[in-house]
Design a binder for this molecule. Structure first.
Ligand SMILES: Cc1cc2nc3c(=O)[nH]c(=O)nc-3n(C[C@H](O)[C@H](O)[C@H](O)COP(=O)(O)O)c2cc1C
Length: 364
């Protein structure tokens, strides 16, 4: 048998023995009716499970103020926790490792998603400005959290992490990327606070690190990862010095000894498009002492190279894994890939564009 390609070599992530390095990236699929995970998600995640493979569940709301899109799952009620259990069990039955991405959208919301039709909460009361593909009418201008309210939101993340463990997940990934609440605190393009949660880099990262601290204390650092996208400006969340921000976070996270840091490549300025970038994640990879996961625009060759050159430990695949439930196997066989269909990324159908992407015909 030929030597294994770098992506398919084993890797020990903390106490988890991964059999390969192809990770399922968190992918919002908007099929969790009423914010409750549905039975059809069992098949979807089980299809993408391999023995010793790491899967990160779609962004999952931490509280009743955390939503900004229709039919995304939550993990703050008993009903939601119970609904996650069979899904997690199905992944475990195939010996996969499953982390839950815990999420608060902050200002990427509107009053229709909020309890009592209130304004979404954020680090700021600045709403979006038109342009760059944003339809401002979709969003309600946010209300800036007072500093006395912030501990309550930190606590929502703590409780969500506890609930994720209760549901059976192996750990959580704190969603600190893509212009959502945590990113709204970190990025100087959004955060305009004058208290200890705004201004200096240290102050802007305070909220993120308080969430990390609370979650680590609740479930243990060996079960905690975080996702960051310092270079992205998705949902008008740009920063004037992303490299400095990414490095500061990588170094600060070392103090909490968390399991992994998952960063989105600078070439993914927006969620779905790859652009040329001169920046690199290597300085952050070198600064962070735990497992490093890279994501964004990877194909097989690119993934093999980044692992072979030790620029990351693991590679998360989004769109390719969405469309190829047996992606690691296809890489192993260098087989052709199914093409993803954007039209059905977020449609509510429980099968179409969700669990009907074909597997390789296995004649081997
Ligand atoms: C349909 C879709 C849903 C996504 N949902 C999430 C999400 O819930 N959380 C997150 O951090 N990123 C999300 N992303 C970003 C992906 O995790 C990934 O970083 C991005 O697709 C780039 O990787 P790729 O080139 O391998 O697709 C989503 C992307 C897509 C296409």
């Amino acid at each position: 048998m030929a030597d294994k390609i770098p992506l398919l070599t084993p890797y020990k992530m903390g106490k988890f023995e991964l059999s390969h390095r192809v990770v399922l990236a968190p992918l919002t699929r908007q099929r969790s009716f009423g914010n409750v995970p549905q039975p059809h998600a069992t098949l979807y995640y089980a299809q993408r499970t391999t023995k010793g493979g790491l899967l990160i569940a779609e962004a999952t709301g931490v509280s009743d103020t955390a939503q900004g899109y229709p039919e995304t799952p939550g993990i703050w009620t008993k009903q939601q926790v119970e609904a996650w259990k069979p899904i997690v069990d199905a992944v475990h039955a195939k010996e996969g490792i499953f982390f839950c991405q815990i999420w608060h959208v902050g200002r990427v919301s509107n009053a229709g998603f909020q309890p009592n039709g209130q304004a979404p909460i954020s680090s700021t009361d600045k709403g979006f400005t038109s342009g760059g593909g944003i339809d401002v009418a979709t969003f309600t201008p946010p209300r800036k959290l007072t500093k006395h309210e912030i501990p309550r939101v930190v606590d929502d993340f703590r409780v969500a992490a506890r609930n994720a463990i209760e549901a059976g997940f192996d750990g959580v990934e704190i969603h600190g990327a893509h212009g959502y609440l945590i990113d709204q605190f970190m990025k100087d393009g959004v955060n305009d606070r004058t208290d200890e949660y705004g201004g200096s880099l240290e102050n802007r990262c305070r909220f993120a690190l308080e969430v990390v601290d609370a979650v680590v204390k609740e479930i243990g650092a060996d079960k905690v990862g975080i996702r960051l996208s310092p270079f992205a400006n998705y949902m008008q969340s740009g920063d004037s010095n992303p490299e400095e921000l990414g490095l500061y976070m990588a170094e600060s996270l070392n103090k909490y000894k968390i399991l992994y840091c998952h960063m989105v490549e600078p070439r993914m300025k927006s969620l779905g498009e790859k652009v040329d970038s001169l920046h690199s994640l290597v300085p952050m990879r070198n600064a962070f002492k735990g497992t490093f996961i890279s994501a964004g625009g990877y194909d097989m060759n690119d993934g093999n190279n980044v692992v072979a050159e030790n620029r990351t430990d693991l590679v998360a695949y989004g769109r390719l894994f969405l469309a190829n439930p047996d992606l690691p196997k296809r890489f192993q066989l260098n087989a052709p890939l199914n093409k993803y269909n954007r039209e059905t990324f977020y449609t509510p159908d429980p099968v179409l564009g969700y669990t009907d992407y074909p597997f390789l015909e296995t004649t081997f």
